[in-house]
Design a protein around this ligand. Structure first.
Ligand SMILES: *Cc1c(COP(=O)(O)O)cnc(C)c1O
Length: 239
C-alpha cells in the first residue's frame, strides 16, 4: 500500500468508527447513514484511492475543480454530489457529471438545472439547502434558503422536468440562534424535513454533519454526512 492509501485507509476507519458509534448511541442502524467524502481541493488520484477503499459517494463545491476530476474518474462507479454555491452559468457543466446537487436554494437555479438536465437527458437529484441563520442578518457566503422558503422551492423542483426532489441539506450556522448549537440546528432541520416529507414522501434525504459535528447530525437523524478534513486532511487552501 502507498503511504497515501494507508493514511486515507486509517482516516476512513476512524470516521467509520465515529459514524458506527453514533448510530449505536442513537439506536440507528449503520446502513441508515451514508458517508459522502468531500474531496474538494484534493486530486483525482485521491478520489481513485478512496474508491479502492470502498467509498462510493464523493462531493465537490467548485465546478472548476470538480469537472476535470469527474472526467478523470469517469471509469469509476461513484455518485458525485455538488455541495457548493452554484451560479447559473455553471449549471450545464455541473449537470454533466453531478448525480445530486445539494445546494439548490432559489427558483432561478431550479429553472436552469431543469433545462440542463432535460438537454443532457439526465435525471438530477436535488436537495434544498436550508439556511438556518437566514434571519440573523450575518449570513456568510454559504447560500441556502430560509426555512419558510422550502415549500415553494420543493414545489418548483417537484414540477420541473429532469429534476427529482431528494430532500434537504444544511451546514451548521456560524451566526444566529443556532451558532455553536449543532445538535439544535440539526434537530430543526429534521423538523423541516418532517414537514417536507408530509407533502413529498420520497424526499427523505437529510444531508447534515461534517468532520467536526457528524455525531450531532447522526444523533438528530441525518441520512448523509459530508466529511472532508477527517478523511483527507486539513485542506491546503480555503475551499
Ligand atoms: C467542505 C464542506 C464539507 C466538509 O467539511 P469538513 O469540515 O472538511 O469535513 C461539508 N459540506 C460542505 C457544504 C462543504 O463545503
Amino acid at each position: 500500500m502507498t503511504d497515501r492509501k494507508a493514511q486515507l485507509a486509517a482516516n476512513l476507519a476512524q470516521v467509520e468508527e465515529r459514524i458506527a458509534s453514533s448510530c449505536a448511541a442513537a439506536g440507528r442502524k449503520r446502513e441508515e447513514v451514508t458517508l459522502i467524502v468531500v474531496t474538494k481541493t484534493y486530486p483525482a488520484s485521491d478520489v481513485r484511492i478512496l474508491h479502492e477503499l470502498g467509498v462510493r459517494h464523493v462531493a465537490e463545491n467548485r465546478d472548476q475543480d470538480a469537472a476535470p476530476k469527474a472526467t478523470a474518474c469517469a471509469d469509476l462507479s461513484l455518485t458525485w454530489h455538488f455541495v457548493g454555491q452554484l451560479q447559473t452559468n455553471k449549471v450545464r457543466s455541473v449537470t454533466s457529471y453531478a448525480d445530486i446537487v445539494q445546494s439548490v436554494d432559489r427558483t432561478k437555479l431550479v429553472t436552469a438545472l431543469s433545462a440542463a438536465a432535460v438537454r443532457g437527458e439526465r435525471e438530477l437529484g436535488c436537495l434544498i439547502q436550508v439556511a438556518l441563520d437566514a434571519e440573523s442578518g450575518e449570513r456568510g457566503e454559504r447560500g441556502g434558503v430560509a426555512p419558510d422558503g422550502v415549500e415553494e422551492l420543493a414545489a418548483a423542483i417537484g414540477a420541473a422536468p429532469g429534476l427529482r426532489l431528494d430532500g434537504l441539506m444544511t451546514v451548521a450556522p456560524l451566526a444566529g440562534e443556532y451558532a455553536g448549537r449543532q445538535r439544535a440546528a440539526f434537530d430543526r432541520l429534521m423538523e423541516i424535513s418532517s414537514r417536507l416529507r408530509a407533502g413529498h414522501p420520497a424526499a427523505n434525504m437529510v444531508s447534515a454533519g461534517m468532520s467536526g459535528d457528524l455525531e450531532d447530525a447522526v444523533a438528530a437523524g441525518a441520512t448523509h454526512v459530508r466529511v472532508g478534513t477527517a478523511v483527507l486532511g486539513v485542506r491546503p487552501r480555503l475551499g
